[in-house]
Design a protein around this ligand. Structure first.
Ligand SMILES: [Zn+2]
Length: 176
């Protein structure tokens, strides 16, 4: 059995695809068969979520405010989310996903950048940026390193500030 047929069956049995159809229909979207056993639901009206597309089970739901059709990269990203539903046992994915959203936000201020579901689905394909950890967190987690010793010349106040002539034309240059 091809893997996407297995995903189709698993997400049907665990109820996530049926829930996806209900969400899509409730949002006024129109369902159509897509590749890889997925359904696409276009014209979803509610303002939330703001993402161009989101996935529930095997249903990729596309917001009506966003251009059609989905790019190949976005489709591939959403298809990976459908596979995640199968691995998570269906709708258990939703609370896990929202926890991951909160963790990512706490770590870096972005809901996707450190969210393992989005990272595994491809951040760039999903339109998420790469974000470093929040600076305080990065400092707290970093291995303590010996503090580089400053040379005396670099300490504040000791070298005279360059004058208006600028340092490049300094008279201290030995070649002149
Ligand atoms: Zn995503």
């Amino acid at each position: 059995m091809p893997w996407h047929r297995a995903r189709l069956v698993v997400n049907l049995v665990n109820g996530s695809t049926i829930f996806g159809v209900v969400v899509a229909r409730a949002g006024g979207a129109r369902l159509a068969k897509g590749p890889q056993g997925l359904l696409t639901a276009t014209g979803y009206r509610p303002a939330v979520p703001v993402a161009p597309a989101f996935t529930v089970g095997n249903v990729i739901i596309v917001n009506r405010r966003h251009p059609q059709p989905l790019s190949a990269a976005t489709f591939a990203h959403e298809a990976r989310h459908a596979t995640q539903y199968a691995w998570c046992g269906g709708l258990l994915m939703l609370p896990l996903y929202f926890i991951a959203v909160g963790v990512s936000w706490a770590l870096c201020g972005n809901i996707g950048a450190w969210n393992p579901f989005e990272r595994q689905s491809g951040l760039a394909d999903g339109g998420y940026p790469q974000r470093p950890l929040r600076p305080a967190l990065a400092r707290a987690l970093s291995v303590p390193r010996p503090i580089a010793r400053r040379s005396p010349a670099a300490s504040p106040g000791s070298p005279p500030a360059p004058g208006p002539g600028g340092p490049a034309e300094s008279t201290a240059s030995p070649s002149r």
